[in-house]
Write a protein that binds this ligand. Structure first.
Ligand code: UFG
Length: 345
């Protein structure tokens, strides 16, 4: 039994499907602060098995203790966290409380219960503005906002924990830019309010819900002036987590892995790939730079390939097509709700 925190969120839901497909039993814990309960039905529809589910915050220590006692998980995958950079600058205490406090509560309970295998959702944000590319796992780390700092601090806590007790098995996974959706079109990213990230915003523009996409910056020292990122299909990312769970069976200590494709795609290239692969038009305009963006960020994915035996296989066209299928599903669902008079969730 794998305990998946935040298992109804964008990445956690895909990881839950990959775990179920690989034969693991899954217990999802999620407080529904940025997800909805019907994701559970869709995970079941895809995987053919329903994960166990508990709606709760990790900060509820009594319930957390009860869950470990009743279910005896063998490992924990920890996705539950807030993740919006701008919001983290407005409400740093909420970010530190949830992202660090939640992780501390979880690790403390694991220690008491004797559960020592932990997969952590970190982020390429910990590399700050890299001096050279591609980014290797041993590059210096820094943070420029509370969200990034919360990831950095948890990484440091994990390092200290392993130093205190070498029987811990920790895979620290640093995600690059997860996009795409499950190929069924039933799972994907569903941000509340105006999306901050490129792909969800782009999808709403293509769907006609927003007038146009602002491409933030055209004067970066990159191939076409727009920022370059390592966009990775969320199902590839999810499969990386299954590889990490298998890796932890054989390895003690803490190891950090970049989960990226290992290739940089510019914002403009992604827009063009989206139009080409979906046939949808994407109205867009060049806008000023967004504060805090780094010009280029892509992974050296060799360590994950060599040690996890995992690499991303889905290309940018598949990322766009799957994401668009998901957007169409959301739109159909919204239409049928409007017709039936049911409130939107
Ligand atoms: N962008 C636009 N228009 C938009 C939204 C984004 O041009 O409407 C651009 C951004 O300026 C950036 C690129 O698209 O150049 C990607 O932006 P995202 O917000 O999608 O992603 P980021 O690279 O800023 O951040 C992501 C995650 C963070 C994580 C970081 C790690 O959202 O959580 O990658 O590098 F920390």
């Amino acid at each position: 039994m794998i305990l998946v925190t935040g298992g109804l969120g964008f990445i956690g839901s895909h990881a839950s499907v990959s775990l179920l497909n690989a034969g693991y039993d899954v217990l999802i814990v999620d407080d529904l602060s940025n997800s909805s309960i019907d994701v559970l039905d869709r995970i079941e529809a895809i995987a053919g098995r329903r994960p166990l589910f508990e709606q709760m915050s990790l900060l509820d220590e009594t319930r957390l203790a009860d869950i470990f006692q009743r279910h005896h998980p063998s490992a924990v995958m920890h996705f539950a966290a807030f993740k919006a950079v701008a919001e983290s600058i407005q409400t740093p205490l909420a970010y530190y409380n949830n992202n660090i406090g939640g992780t501390l509560a979880l690790l403390s309970r694991m220690q008491i219960a004797g559960v020592r295998s932990f997969v952590f959702s970190s982020s390429a944000t910990v590399y700050g503005s890299p001096a050279t590319l591609p980014i290797k796992e041993n590059f210096p780390r820094s943070a420029t906002n509370p969200y990034g700092r919360s990831k950095l601090i948890v990484e440091d806590i994990l390092t200290d924990l392993v130093a205190s007790d070498p029987s811990w098995r920790i895979a620290n996974l640093r995600y690059f830019n997860p996009v795409g959706a499950h190929e069924s079109g039933l799972l994907g990213e569903q941000p509340r309010g105006t999306p901050n990230n490129l792909m969800p915003y782009l999808l709403q523009v293509a769907a006609g819900q927003r007038a146009r996409l602002d491409v933030f910056g055209s004067d970066y020292p990159t191939k076409d002036g727009s920022c370059v990122r390592d966009f990775i299909h969320v199902v590839d990312l999810a499969e990386g987590h299954v590889a990490a769970i298998r890796y932890l069976k054989e390895h003690v200590g803490m190891t950090s892995f970049n989960l990226g494709v290992g290739r940089g795609i510019s914002v403009l290239e992604l827009c063009e790939a989206f139009e080409r692969s979906t046939g949808q038009s994407l109205p867009r305009q060049v806008a000023g730079r967004r504060a805090g963006d780094v010009a280029e960020c892509w992974a050296d994915a060799d360590k994950a390939s060599a040690e996890l035996g995992w690499q991303a296989t889905r290309g940018v066209e598949v990322m766009c097509q799957d994401a668009w299928r998901w957007q169409c599903y959301l739109d159909r669902r919204e239409d049928s709700r409007e017709t039936s008079g049911e409130p939107a969730k």
